[in-house]
Design a binder for this molecule. Sequence first.
Ligand SMILES: [Fe+2]
Length: 260
Amino acid sequence: MIDLIKAKNVFKNYTSQFKPKDNKIESKIKHTYGVVNVSKYIAEKLGLSQEDVELAQLIALLHDIGRFEQAMTYDTYDDYSSVDHAELGIKILFKDGLIRKFIEIDEYDDIIKIAIKNHNKFEIEQGLSKSELLHSKIIRDADKADNYNIKQKQDFHSLFNSTIEKVEKEKISPEIWSEFLQEKTIVTSHRKTNMDKWLSYIAWVFDFNFYETLKFIQENDCINTIIDRLNYKDSDTKNKMEIAKKIANQYIKDRIKKGC
Ligand SMILES: [Fe+2]
């Protein structure tokens, strides 16, 4: 049995040890609840069983559990300069045993572990079971969809390691632009500028798995709202962001038309 009320209480207690009023921590707690809601939405729209709808929400609740220790130990959410937060989460849950506080039975352990492991990777690993693949896809979509919500309003200071005035003058690196034009998600380690980072958020559209998520992105006008948040001072960047807007919106439209 999955007891989501109990699991949410355990999450609240667990996160209370990490200064939940601190902006950085608070934003991840909010994000987690956001992902729980989107996961529920996707799983229900997919017509999954009650058990799978609950499991999708439990995975969402746990997917970023490593973020809190990462923030406390390294004071950053940058996995490249600290630790892979998915792997850290798996260690906390399954090596240190925190998982049993969230759910007494162990029959979902493998699915939860695999979904968390795959939620932040460039692509989903091969050889997964039907259920592992389904839940890996749901958490990846829900995580990105909630992040699209966040990027529309998140303050620039916490988004970039720079001032907004400086970022608006930046350029997109040629290799990042060429990755985007291939309609591929951008490899995090390839990004050099803040503008690369900004464009890489738009490139998430190329990784969505479900019609429902693409509809959610389209209906909330996420692409236009995010791109229009910056006043691009470099004319080449300005042009490229207009092209990116067209490509991303067309891509969403085409996949929705195809039924995904
Ligand atoms: Fe997340």
